[in-house]
Every structure is written in C-alpha cells, then in structure tokens.
Design a binder for this molecule. Structure first.
Ligand SMILES: Cc1cn([C@H]2C[C@H](O)[C@@H](COP(=O)(O)OP(=O)(O)O[C@H]3O[C@@H](C)C(=O)[C@@H](O)[C@H]3O)O2)c(=O)[nH]c1=O
Length: 185
C-alpha cells in the first residue's frame, strides 16, 4: 500500500497493493493497521455505496457539521469519477482551496477526506459506483452543502453536470455556508 500527501493538508491518496493473476486480481481494500502505520486513525463506523447511471452526475459538495463531522475513505469499484475536496476549516491556511483527483475502478486509488472538508464528485462513465467509509454516522440535521459552482472556489470540473439532485442545486456558496469546524495545527 502506498500513501501519498495530496495537495491539501491531511488529504491523502492511497494505492493498495494489487495482486494480479489469471483469475483477475486480489487486493486488501481496507486494512486498519496499515493505515494506522501512516497515521490514519479514523475509526470507521459506516460504509456507503452509490450508483450513478448517467455520466456527468454530480453529487456534492457535502459535509456534516460538528459533532457529526466525517472522515471519508472514498473509492470507485465501477467506472470513473473526478473527486473533489475543499478545505472548509476556518483559520486553515488552505481555507477555500480545492483539489481534484481521478478515482476509477481501473486505478483503484482511494482518497482520504479529513473532517472539515467538503466533498463531491462528478461521474465520468456510465454506471459508476462509489464506495466510501465514514467515521461518524449519517445525521440529516448535520448534513450541509456548498454550491458546486461557487465562483470563489473556481473548481475546474472536467464536464458540466448533466444530473444534479434538487438538494445539490440549492446549496449556498462557501462565503454563506454554515460551518462550525475549528482548525488546529
Ligand atoms: C449520505 C446518506 C444519505 N442517506 C439517505 C438520505 C437520502 O434520502 C438519500 C440520498 O442522500 P443524498 O442525496 O445526500 O446522497 P448523496 O448525494 O450521494 O450524498 C453523498 O454525497 C457524497 C459526495 C458524499 O460525500 C457523501 O458523504 C454523501 O453526502 O440517502 C442515508 O440514509 N445515509 C447516508 O449516509
């Protein structure tokens, strides 16, 4: 397993070791001890799985408020996404900065999204399936979003969304977002 820093503080790209043979492949998609060796101590409590049928489906940008903030470990098992994280921890030197990563069933890369980051993705292929672990349970009252097209974020999505939920069409820009994360170095 290879773990690399990925442009924003605490964001990491994880590349599991993949064993290919005549049957196909085998990999450990999650190993708590191996992640601990890289300082990733999140105690995951829930696994999520979504299917987006149409390329250009955009989900995001989502986060949960404290005390239900979530670390997310995101991967793709079918298709391909452009996955985006935004640092929304007030006081962070990277506040408002975004980073984007291609995650796919082929590259098997995983993205570690720390608490205090908004997260979203646009699918680049039909029938794309995204799986992710979270370390706090879903809580609808803590569920919040930021506009995917906030001009102050200036996210360079590789394609314009063709499918967006009614909820995701109505999020405020970061400047007006409800945020209660504290940044500590
Ligand atoms: C996220 C979530 C949703 N739900 C329900 C609420 C709703 O009825 C239905 C669909 O929810 P959403 O529209 O919020 O699903 P979706 O837009 O896929 O939300 C997800 O987007 C990505 C980008 C993330 O980062 C995730 O944390 C999550 O916010 O599923 C749960 O029961 N548990 C959960 O953990």
């Amino acid at each position: 397993m290879k773990v690399s820093d990925a442009g924003l503080p605490g964001v990491k790209v994880i590349e599991p070791g993949v064993f290919q043979d005549a049957r196909g492949f085998f990999m450990e998609s999650y190993n708590r001890e191996a992640l601990l060796r890289h300082g990733i101590a999140a105690a995951f409590v829930q696994d999520n799985h979504s299917l987006s049928a149409v390329p250009g489906t955009l989900r995001g940008l989502h986060y949960q408020l404290e005390p239900q903030a979530q670390t997310k470990l995101v991967r793709v098992t079918a298709g391909r996404v452009f996955d985006v994280v935004v640092d929304i921890r007030r006081g962070s030197p990277a506040f408002g900065r975004w980073a984007g990563f291609e995650l796919s069933a082929d590259n098997k890369k995983q993205l570690l999204v720390p608490q205090g980051f908004a997260h979203g993705f646009v699918t680049l292929e039909p029938d794309t399936e995204v799986l992710y672990k979270v370390d706090a349970y879903y809580s609808q009252p803590h569920d919040r979003g930021i506009a995917w097209d906030d001009p102050e974020l200036g996210i360079a999505w590789p394609l314009a969304p063709s499918v967006l939920s009614a909820k995701d069409a109505k999020h405020p820009p970061l400047r007006e977002a409800d945020i209660n994360f504290t940044y500590s170095r």
